[in-house]
Design a protein around this ligand. Structure first.
Ligand SMILES: Cc1ncc(COP(=O)(O)O)c(C=O)c1O
Length: 343
């Protein structure tokens, strides 16, 4: 039997047709390589429209590279980086952050993927002690890996705390667009204006084919990034094929419409499953993911038809995700399969 992958990840979806058109539009003639082209220039200007003129922005191939290279450029190997235990950089980057930065990654348990100053405080110790890693970066994910969202004030609290301690705030924004839509704010409000220093801005999960951006809100922090990106093997030669995707995504509200659709679909899915006996919603549904726990045998039954991740084996919690192209019919079919798995 064919397995359906609609709800496994927003990475399982394809590419938005407007992005494909944008890629095709630059597939003519010749263009200077390595980002010295007019399309990259235009894409950078698009970022400046959203995030302000005072940024530096660089494109890389994927979100893991954006996180790791961004962190590498703002740390020394004797530093420590603090993130939630559930952070992608802790769980799913194959200790790349530790390898490339040389830093200690200190992970903090949370109930919902969100760090707070109170959770951070006991871990941020040892300033000036040569025997201890020197605290340098707090990294938060917006929206979190648990599908939850930091409010602007919550981000400000953490950035104030970081800056008071001479530390920096990094944000993994693989799903920043979904978070912005959920909060009904623009992209700068929950990044630049909330005190974020370095942002990984994701496009792939929101309709792009590939590509992520590293955005520096303080140009002083980006001074070595070009070299770090090249050493880190992410200076793409045919850069224009990443750049046009960003230009398209950040034009005509495509970023917003795609994220809104994915979030709305998750609300529909949530409403359809929340009252099924045996299904327990485990996280707030704030973006495009629904987290539920289910009896193990039911998970196995559903997985005969649908591929998705078990997020936490211990409490048999699974993640169902929607994307820019999820349809209501996809949801109806999926919910039917869930109900059948209980029979
Ligand atoms: C929160 C988060 N950050 C970063 C990434 C990394 O993206 P990539 O797979 O493009 O390296 C992912 C991918 O799933 C993610 O969910």
């Amino acid at each position: 039997m064919n397995i359906n992958y609609e709800f496994g990840s927003d990475n399982h979806s394809g590419v938005h047709p407007d992005i494909i058109k944008a890629i095709e539009s630059v597939n003519v003639g010749y263009s200077v390589a390595y980002g010295d082209d007019e399309f990259t220039n235009r894409a950078i200007n698009k970022f400046k429209e959203h995030f302000g003129k005072e940024i530096d922005v660089y494109f890389v191939g994927n979100g893991t590279a954006a996180n790791i290279l961004g962190l590498k450029s703002i740390t020394d190997s004797f530093n420590s980086i603090f993130c939630a235990e559930t952070a992608h950089m802790n769980v799913h980057e194959c200790c790349g952050p530790e390898k490339f930065t040389g830093c200690k990654l200190t992970v903090i348990p949370t109930s919902d993927g969100k760090l707070t100053v109170d959770l951070l405080k006991p871990y941020i110790i040892g300033f000036g002690d040569p025997h201890m890693a020197q605290p340098k970066v707090i990294s938060i994910t917006q929206a979190t890996e648990c599908g939850t969202v930091y409010t602007t004030e919550e981000i400000k609290d953490i950035s104030d705390f970081a800056h008071k301690n001479n530390m920096l705030l990094h944000m993994d924004g693989a799903r920043l667009c979904n978070a912005a839509v959920s909060l009904n704010v623009d992209l700068a409000t929950i990044t630049r204006d909330a005190g974020v220093d370095v942002l990984s801005f994701g496009g792939t999960k929101n309709g792009m084919m590939f590509g992520d951006a590293v955005v520096f809100f303080d140009k002083g922090l980006s001074k070595n990034f070009e070299f770090i990106r090249k050493q880190g093997m992410h200076l793409t030669s045919k850069m224009r094929f990443i750049s046009v995707q960003f230009q398209e995504l950040l034009s005509n509200d495509l970023w917003l419409n795609n994220a809104k659709h994915a979030n709305d679909m998750a609300q529909i899915l949530f409403n359809e499953v929340k009252d099924i006996p045996g299904v327990k919603i485990t996280q707030k549904v704030q973006v495009n993911a629904v987290f539920v726990s289910l009896p193990k045998n039911i998970i196995t039954n559903i997985q005969k038809k649908y591929g998705f991740h078990v997020f936490n084996e211990q409490n048999s919690e699974v993640r169902w995700m929607c994307s820019f192209n999820t349809t209501k019919k996809d949801i109806i079919d999926f919910v039917e399969a869930i109900k059948e798995a209980f029979i």
